[in-house]
Ligand binder design. Structure first.
Ligand code: NAD
Length: 394
């Protein structure tokens, strides 16, 4: 069979195995072209390792630091005529590339919020790695089942306090229209914190520490986005922002519990990018299309891999890390430059359906969205027959 993109709203429901491999290889090539990260980690656990920022974290650890990695994710294999998820094919390609260079890579596919998957990860670390010196927490999920109570929480993307009306681009119809999002109630806010806040990051570190698989000086990071005026009402000051504030609380608690190992926990602030998760956030596709246009024009555009290489090099393993006054690593500095944000705000006011392709890089946004699923790579023959089912160790 051949595989062509099937886009429904803000998601693409299939993925191309060879295209996903091309996407992974491009990121590997980027890291290999950079100087190796000095004093980087040796044994890395990445929770949420198959797409977006987590995949870039794993690639940087492996190809920028020569580290062994254990990657966790929740992805579907292909079956018959139904393709697997992009994260599944990315992970197949990543493992093959790591193993081709003789660098250890093992993956576990399952619910990282559960006790079982934490136990499986600890078993794998004990068997193969001994101790971990970096734990990257990069989960993005719409729901989470609390492993102790069995209760399932769903997150919402809503403002807090009052409703919010803003320009929104429908990426399917390419229509721009105002949308109004009603404010979240208390329960929705709390549920979002339960899913995307720091609770599970803390459970991971507690389980790893109790199992004595964290090395002296172990570091851990979890990722957040802060943004600026345009995105604050729906992100920074909204339900997801509340959940992300909880990461700051968790980081402070984790720093206390890791002090016996001279370890450190930091929230890391990354820039806005097209990923499977961010394309679902109202306002984001239009904001990103403008951001891409302006950052490409000034030569500062970055994707996941450029951000992650900088996070390792300029923050995690730097003698003079870029930290803010709340102990967060910052690699969102180029996005938040006031003059850039002022230009974006001006374009935001002016953009219409008619001038969308002139004032924004919506084409670049759409191309990058499809590339997440392995579509649009010149090196791939999309007319060639391809198997959806691939043998893996995970
Ligand atoms: P993504 O959707 O590309 O990746 C999410 C990862 O989580 C995947 O590997 C997926 O398999 C895994 N996952 C989801 N549920 C799981 C579960 N139950 N068990 C195991 N694995 C599971 O998302 P992303 O955009 O790379 O986001 C990663 C982190 O970075 C999030 O915390 C996000 O808030 C943050 N962040 C994203 C942006 C952005 O613009 N995309 C910006 C700054 C920070």
């Amino acid at each position: 069979m051949t595989i062509k993109p099937k886009v429904r709203g803000f998601i693409c429901t299939n993925a191309h195995p060879e295209g996903c491999a091309a996407n992974v290889q491009e990121q590997i090539n980027y890291v290999k072209q950079q100087a190796p990260v000095a004093n980087g980690p040796k044994n890395v656990l990445v929770v949420g390792a198959s797409t977006g920022y987590g995949l870039a974290s794993r690639i940087t650890a492996t190809f920028g630091c020569g580290a062994k990695t254990l990657g966790l994710f929740f992805e579907k294999p292909g079956k018959g005529r139904k393709s697997g998820t992009a994260g599944f094919y990315n992970s197949v390609a990543f493992e093959q590339a790591a193993q081709a260079e003789g660098i250890y890579a093992r993956s576990i596919n399952g619910d990282a919020f559960s006790h079982e998957i934490k136990a499986q990860a600890i078993e794998a670390i004990k068997a193969d790695l001994g101790k971990i010196d970096l734990v990257v927490y990069s989960l993005a999920s719409p729901r989470r089942t609390d492993p102790d109570t069995g209760e399932t929480y769903s997150s919402v993307l809503k403002p807090i306090g009052s409703s919010y009306t803003a320009k929104n681009l429908n990426t399917d119809t390419k229509k721009i229209a105002d949308i109004t999002v009603e404010p979240a109630n208390e329960e929705e806010i709390q549920n979002t914190v339960n899913v995307m806040g720091g609770a599970d990051w803390e459970l991971w570190i507690k389980a790893l520490k109790e199992a004595d698989v964290l090395a002296e000086g172990c570091k851990t990071v979890a990722y957040t986005y802060l943004g600026d005026k345009i995105t604050w009402p729906i992100y920074g000051h909204a339900t997801i922002g509340k959940a992300k504030e909880d990461l700051d609380r968790a980081a402070a608690d984790l720093n206390n519990s890791l002090s016996s190992l001279n370890g450190q926990a930091n929230v890391s602030v990354l820039k806005a990018l097209v990923t499977q998760s961010s394309s679902a956030i109202p306002v984001m596709p239009l904001y990103l299309s403008i951001l891409y246009k302006e950052m490409k024009a000034e030569g500062t555009h970055e994707g996941c891999i450029e951000q992650l290489y900088r996070l390792y090099n300029e923050c995690l393993y730097s003698d003079a890390p870029r930290l803010d006054d709340t102990n967060r690593f910052r690699v969102d500095n180029l996005e938040l430059k006031p003059e850039l944000q002022a230009r974006i705000e001006k374009i935001w006011e002016e953009v219409t359906e008619e001038n969308l392709y002139d004032l924004t890089d919506f084409k670049g946004y759409s191309d990058e969205f499809l590339r997440l699923f392995g579509f649009g790579f010149e090196s791939v023959d999309y007319e060639a027959e391809i198997q959806t089912e691939i043998e893996t160790s995970f």
